[in-house]
Design a protein. Structure first.
Length: 500
C-alpha cells in the first residue's frame, strides 16, 4: 500500500507524524471555537494557487528531463512533428506525448505551428540543444538529483537548489527550474519557520537560532522565500509572513495547505523524470503498484484519510466560491457529489443553504468528511455512501450532480459514459456542475493547469481539458452547457442543464 511504501523505503520518516503534523488542532479540538461558524470566519479569501504553483514546480523540471530521456527534444530538433509522428517514431502512445508537449508549450519550449504540429522555440534550441554553449541539460539533471534528498530534509541539497535557482534569469528558466522554488518552500515548511512567523514578525537572528540555521543559511533561505512572495521584510533583517502564506499555511485552519506540501515532498509521490518516463511508456499511472490509487485506498484507510485531508483543504475555498457565484443553487433540494471524497464543496454549499441536503459517494469514503461536516454544522444534512460511479447506480432523488476533479482522472471514453449516465439520471431541469482546472484555448497555460496535467499522467489515465472541450463533452450527452466560471485555486465550474 502507498503508506507502507513510505515507511519501508524511508524508516526515518514517520508517516503518522506526516499525517498529524498539520492537523488543525485548534479548529478540531478547542472548546472556544464556534462549532457552527460561517465559512468566512475561518476560510481566508487569499487564493492558494501561487503556493500550489511553487510546490508543483518540481514536476516541471522532471518533465523537461523526461523529454530528454524519451528523445522528444531530439526529434523536434530535426523539424516540426505531429503527435502521431512522434508517437510512431518513439513507440509511445499519443496521450503522454500530447501531455508533455503541452507542458513544454506552457514553458515556451515548444509552439504549435499548426493544429497538432509542434516545433521547438529558439529559446528551447538555445537551452536544450547539447551543442549549444548555453545548454542547461546538465544543470537540470543535477537539480533533480538534489531534489531526491532535499525533499526528505537534506538541507545541504536544499541550499544547493536555492543557489541554483537564484542564478536563473528569465521566466522560462525559472519555470523549467521550478524544483528550486519547490525546495525553498519545502525547507521553509519542514523547518517550521512559517509556524514561528504565524505568531508575528521576527528578527533573522531569532529565526536562525530557533530553527537551527547558521545566520548565512537563514539569510539565504529568507531571501528565496522573499522572492517567491512567501515572506515580507518588514524592516532590514525583520521578517513576517506574506498574506498568501499567513492565510494558507496556518495549521489551525481547515484550508491549511501544508498537507499538499507534505504530499508533494513525500518520497512515495512520483515526481521524478524516470517515473514520468515509465508512465509515458506504459501510458498509465505509476503512483502505486496496482496502478489504481483509488483501489488502494479501499484497503488502506490510513492512506485514504491522508488523501481526504489534502483534498478537503484544497477544495473548501473553491467550494465557497461555487456557493457564492452560483446563487441559483438555493433551488437545489438534493445535491449528489459523485466521487466527492471528503465532501468539501457540498459542505460549503449546504452551509449557505439550510434547506438543502447532499449525498457524497466515493469508492473509499473516510470518517474525515463526516467530522468536517459536523464541524461546519451540516452533518445532519450530509450523508456519505460507498459507491462506484461507473458500476453502481446513483442514489435516487438528486436534482443536481457535482463532479469535481473527476473528469481529469479518466479517459475520454469513460468521461463520455459518465456524463451520459448523469444526463439519464437527472430529472428535466436538473443540473450537473463540473469543477476542473481548465486550459486556456491555446493550451499555453495557466501554469498550474500545465503542471497538474503532468501529475495526471503519473496518477491517472486522464488529462486536463479546455473550456471548449468540456462544453463539447457535456453537449455530447444532451446537456445545455454554460460558460466556465472561475472559482479559486485556478479552478472553474461549468453548469450543464438537462432541458428535456
Amino acid at each position: 500500500m502507498v503508506i507502507k511504501k513510505i515507511t519501508n523505503l524511508f524508516p526515518s520518516l514517520r508517516i503518522r507524524d506526516l499525517m498529524n503534523r498539520a492537523k488543525p488542532q485548534s479548529v478540531m479540538r478547542s472548546p472556544a471555537v464556534d462549532l457552527n461558524p460561517t465559512l468566512s470566519d475561518i476560510i481566508p479569501s487569499t487564493d492558494y494557487r501561487p503556493l500550489e504553483e511553487i510546490v508543483s514546480g518540481v514536476i516541471g523540471t522532471s518533465a523537461v528531463n523526461a523529454g530528454t530521456k524519451l528523445g522528444l527534444f531530439r526529434e523536434l530538433m530535426s523539424g516540426p512533428r505531429t503527435v502521431a509522428e512522434l508517437s510512431q517514431k518513439l513507440g509511445i502512445a499519443e496521450r503522454p506525448i500530447d501531455i508533455l508537449l503541452t507542458t513544454y508549450q506552457g514553458f515556451n519550449l515548444t509552439e504549435a505551428k499548426a493544429p497538432d504540429r509542434y516545433s521547438l522555440t529558439p529559446e528551447a534550441e538555445r537551452y536544450l540543444s547539447p551543442s549549444s554553449p548555453d545548454n542547461v541539460l546538465g544543470k537540470l539533471k543535477i537539480a533533480e538529483k538534489l531534489w531526491k534528498t532535499a525533499r526528505i530534509g537534506d538541507r545541504g541539497a536544499g541550499f544547493k537548489l536555492i543557489t541554483l535557482g537564484a542564478k536563473m534569469q528569465g521566466q522560462m528558466l525559472k519555470d523549467i527550474f521550478g524544483v528550486t522554488k519547490t525546495a525553498a518552500l519545502v525547507m521553509g515548511h519542514q523547518s517550521r519557520i512559517f509556524d514561528t512567523l504565524q505568531k508575528g514578525m521576527s528578527r533573522i537572528e531569532v529565526l536562525a537560532q530557533r530553527h537551527n540555521f547558521t545566520l548565512p543559511e537563514a539569510r539565504q533561505l529568507l531571501a528565496a522565500l522573499l522572492e517567491l512572495g512567501l515572506v515580507r521584510d518588514y524592516h532590514p533583517d525583520v521578517f513576517c509572513l506574506s498574506e498568501l502564506t499567513h492565510d494558507n499555511l496556518d495549521r489551525s485552519k481547515p484550508n491549511y495547505f501544508g498537507y499538499t506540501v507534505d504530499m508533494v515532498a513525500a518520497p512515495w509521490n512520483k515526481t521524478l523524470s524516470d517515473e514520468i518516463v515509465r508512465s509515458a511508456r506504459v501510458n498509465g499511472p505509476v503512483i502505486s503498484d496496482s496502478g489504481n490509487i483509488w483501489q488502494d485506498h479501499m484497503s488502506d484507510q490510513e492512506a485514504a484519510r491522508f488523501f481526504a485531508r489534502n483534498m478537503f483543504n484544497g477544495s473548501i475555498q473553491p467550494g465557497q466560491a461555487i456557493s457564492d457565484k452560483l446563487p441559483d443553487l438555493t433551488e437545489t433540494k438534493l445535491l449528489l457529489d459523485v466521487a466527492g471524497g471528503p465532501g468539501a464543496i457540498p459542505i460549503a454549499i449546504l452551509k449557505d443553504r439550510p434547506f438543502s441536503r447532499a449525498i457524497v459517494t466515493d469508492v473509499a469514503p473516510t470518517d474525515y468528511g463526516q467530522s468536517m461536516a459536523e464541524l461546519f454544522g451540516v452533518g445532519k444534512r450530509l450523508e456519505f455512501r460507498r459507491s462506484d460511479m461507473f458500476t453502481e447506480p446513483f442514489p435516487s432523488g438528486a436534482d443536481c450532480v457535482l463532479i469535481s476533479q473527476i473528469i481529469h482522472d479518466w479517459s475520454d471514453s469513460k468521461n463520455q459514459a459518465l456524463v451520459h449516465k448523469i444526463f439519464k439520471y437527472l430529472p428535466p431541469g436538473g443540473r450537473v456542475l463540473v469543477h476542473e482546472r481548465l486550459f486556456d484555448a491555446d493550451r499555453k497555460g495557466p501554469l498550474m493547469t500545465t503542471l497538474q496535467n503532468v501529475f495526471m499522467l503519473l496518477w491517472t489515465e486522464g488529462r486536463q481539458y479546455t473550456e471548449n472541450e468540456l462544453q463539447a463533452l457535456l453537449q455530447s450527452a444532451g446537456f445545455e452547457a454554460g460558460s466556465a466560471v472561475p472559482t479559486a485555486g485556478g479552478f472553474s465550474v461549468m453548469t450543464g442543464v438537462k432541458r428535456s
